[in-house]
Design a protein around this ligand. Structure first.
Ligand code: DX5
Ligand code: ZN
Length: 221
C-alpha cells in the first residue's frame, strides 16, 4: 500500500520545498501530472520541471501523461527522470506499441483510463504493464469529488488481476481523501494518489496521516 502525492496541487513557487516536505514525511512516490491542453483541457507542465525535481530527490517519479499520442514523448520523459510512465488507453494511436516503447526506455509501464471508459478496455494490456491507474474524477483537474460509481471498476479490475495472478499495482487517482481511503483500499487499490488532500495546510502532517492510515490497513489485512 503506497501513497503518491500529486504535485499538481503544490505551490509551484516553492515546489522544491514542498517536495522535500512530502519526502521527509515518508512518501516514496511522487505523482507527476502532465497535461497538454488537447487530451484534457488543462495545461500543467513538462520536461523542465521534472528534470529540475530529479536533481533534488530520489523519490520514484510516477509520471501520468494526459497527452495525445504520448508515444511521441516517452523517451524524453524517461530522460527527464521518470521512473514509471503512464499513458491513457484513450490517447494512444497504438497502445501495444506505446507500452513496448515505454518498456524499452527502462521505465516501468502504466496505463490509465478515464472514469467513463469501461474497465475491460485495459484488459488486453494487463500483461504488458506494471500499474493500472483508475481515474476516479474527470481527468484533467485536481480538487474534484471522488466518483462513487468508479469503485465497482476497481473491484472488477482487482478480480481480473488476481484471477490472472499478475503482479500489477492498482493506482486510484482523483478525489482520494483520508476518509475514503479505506473504502478504496478495500476495493483493491494498492497505490493512492492524493493532490489537494496533501498540498494544503500542514503538508508533513497530511502525509503522516495518510501513511498511518495505510500502515493500520496493512496491519489489519
Ligand atoms: C487529475 C490528476 C490527478 C489530480 C488529483 O487529472 O490526474 O492526479 O492531481 O488531485 P486530487 O487528489 O485533488 O483529486
Ligand atoms: Zn494523475
Amino acid at each position: 500500500m503506497k501513497l503518491a502525492p500529486s504535485i499538481l496541487a503544490a505551490d509551484f513557487c516553492i515546489l522544491g520545498q514542498q517536495v522535500k516536505q512530502v519526502q521527509d514525511a515518508g512518501a516514496q512516490i511522487l505523482h507527476v501530472d502532465v497535461m497538454d491542453g488537447t487530451f484534457v483541457p488543462s495545461i500543467s507542465f513538462g520536461f523542465p520541471i521534472i528534470a529540475s525535481l530529479r536533481k533534488q530527490t530520489d523519490m520514484m517519479f510516477d509520471v501520468h501523461l494526459m497527452i495525445t499520442e504520448p508515444e511521441r514523448y516517452v523517451e524524453r520523459f524517461a530522460k527527464a527522470g521518470a521512473d514509471l510512465i503512464t499513458v491513457h488507453v484513450e490517447a494512444c494511436k497504438n497502445v501495444h506499441r506505446t507500452l513496448r516503447r515505454i518498456r524499452q526506455t527502462g521505465c516501468k509501464v502504466g496505463i490509465a483510463l478515464h472514469p467513463q471508459t469501461p474497465i475491460q478496455n485495459v484488459y488486453p494490456y494487463l500483461e504488458l504493464v506494471d500499474q493500472v491507474t483508475v481515474m476516479t474524477v474527470n481527468t484533467g483537474f485536481g480538487g474534484q469529488q471522488y466518483i462513487e460509481e468508479c469503485t465497482e471498476k476497481i473491484i472488477e479490475l482487482r478480480n481480473e488481476i488476481d484471477y490472472r495472478r499478475l503482479p500489477i499495482d492498482i493506482e486510484v487517482d482523483g478525489g482520494v481523501k483520508l476518509d475514503n481511503a479505506e473504502m478504496i483500499l478495500d476495493a483493491g487499490a494498492t497505490v493512492l494518489v492524493a493532490g489537494s488532500a496533501i498540498f494544503k495546510d500542514d503538508i508533513h502532517q497530511n502525509v503522516t496521516n495518510f501513511l498511518t492510515k495505510l500502515k493500520k490497513y496493512e496491519d489489519k489485512v
